[in-house]
Write a protein that binds this ligand. Structure first.
Ligand code: HEC
Length: 392
């Protein structure tokens, strides 16, 4: 009997592994079409002139359509229904539909801005996955010469999860920016900080993200941040933020946290220790808490990925929403509201449903509060009504 049971278990395991594999393959297939569309758009995306040029209109339209359809046709894919990916998936669908509409409606500038923001959506899913060295064929079809700067190439590498190479190009960008500052300060002593740009900051943030959220290695990124924080071309505001990062990285390095939350008990103590202070307040984006938030984001996504159907899911969604709200938007596309919605529609009858609803409602009314009081538009009022109906 025992043997038969084991046999059944084995068959079950093999079947479920097969199913998992199949889902992955279809997600992969979708991503291949997504990538095809995206790749085709890269040459136009970074140039306003090329994007507006009527000679390119048809080609851009074709790629935008490919991109939009790839997401639209991926409805049934299980991977995209998982609670960590689904908010990004839904957002990508709406976002690309509206981007195409803007392009067709004769607003190429607006469409281009939106398209560039799409990269953030790709990243919001991909940073939940492990790295990918880029051995995958089509990913190697683009090289540095296809991009106008090291920064743009680095962003692309980051997006396709080739983190090691991305990091190298982010560092190149930072060092070039320092070099430019040095040259400028020679010409013009008064304006010694003239060249700063936000690329240094963005590059540092991405490097930090790789070693805190994607793979947890505070000891690796600490010396990098320390090195750059001492550079005289870093302005005082960024320096202040980096000091906050350094202090937290030291704290994490010393802590007994190993980069993942293994069970419900660990989840509870992780939240108490690191997140409970973010429960109510609306954020002040000084960036000093970035490291804590990034580590938490990585930990929560991983938990959700490993245990998508656990009874802790609504709680994890609630905290992901909080983390997103507090993390500076330059890190990720904010999906804060979408996590709350998911918590309400799928878990409305648990004790987290009402809590997620109240948080969502407060966020919305906060957003529509002006000098004349609160004015919530009708479609938002309707949405609140719809969400409330899931609670009982
Ligand atoms: C809803 C989540 C989600 C969004 C949004 C998303 N991706 Fe992906 N992407 C995935 C997943 C999951 C995989 C891993 C698939 C696999 O390997 O099974 C992946 C893998 C990839 C790959 C690597 C293919 C491979 O399997 O090695 C490329 C390229 C890619 N995505 C491009 C993009 C681009 C470009 C965008 C944005 C326009 C994007 N993705 C948006 C979830 C997403």
């Amino acid at each position: 009997m025992k043997k038969v049971l084991t046999g059944f278990l084995m068959v079950g395991m093999i079947l479920s592994m097969g199913a998992g594999k199949k889902n992955q393959q279809t997600a992969k297939k979708t991503m291949n079409s997504v990538f095809r569309g995206f790749l085709g758009l890269v040459p136009f995306m970074n140039s306003q002139m090329k994007f507006k040029d009527l000679a390119n209109k048809e080609e851009i339209h074709t790629h935008l359509t490919t991109l939009k359809n790839a997401f639209e046709n991926a409805k049934h894919i299980k991977t995209f229904e998982m609670p960590g990916f689904n908010p990004s998936f839904e957002q990508a669908k709406t976002h690309l539909k509206e981007t195409l509409e803007a392009f067709e409606g004769g607003q190429p500038d607006f469409a281009r801005v939106r398209l560039r923001a799409t990269g953030q959506l790709c990243i919001s899913c991909h940073t939940q996955l492990k790295g990918n060295r880029g051995s995958f064929g089509p990913l190697n079809t683009l090289s540095r010469s296809d991009f106008s700067s090291d920064y743009e190439f680095a962003e692309f590498l980051f997006l396709i999860r080739n983190y090691r190479k991305a990091e190298r190009y982010f560092e190149k960008e930072i060092n070039e920016a320092f070099e430019k500052s040095r040259k400028l300060s020679k010409v013009n002593k008064v304006n010694s900080f003239a060249y700063r740009g936000n690329k240094i900051e963005r590059s540092l943030e991405k490097t930090l993200t790789i070693h805190t959220k994607v793979k947890y290695a505070p000891e690796k990124v600490l010396p990098i941040i320390q090195k750059y924080s001492r550079n005289k071309y870093i302005d005082s505001e960024l320096k202040g933020k980096m000091e906050g990062w350094i202090a937290s990285l030291k704290k994490w390095k010393k802590s007994d946290y190993e980069g993942r939350i293994k069970n419900a008990n660990e989840l509870r103590s992780f939240i108490d220790k690191n997140l409970s202070k973010y429960a109510d307040s609306f954020s002040s984006f000084d960036g000093r808490n970035d490291v804590d938030l990034l580590v938490a984001s990585g930990a929560l996504y991983q938990y959700l990925y490993k245990k998508p159907r656990s009874k802790d899911t609504p709680e994890v969604l609630f905290w992901l929403s909080k983390v997103d709200e507090h993390l500076n938007n330059s890190f990720l596309f904010s999906l804060s509201e979408l996590y709350l919605k998911r918590c309400i529609t799928d878990y409305g009858k648990t004790k987290w449903g009402p809590k997620c609803y109240r948080t969502y409602r407060d966020k919305i009314s906060h957003g529509y509060t002006g000098s004349a009081g609160v004015f919530i538009p009708k479609d938002e009022v309707d949405e609140l009504k719809r969400l409330k109906s899931f609670l009982n």
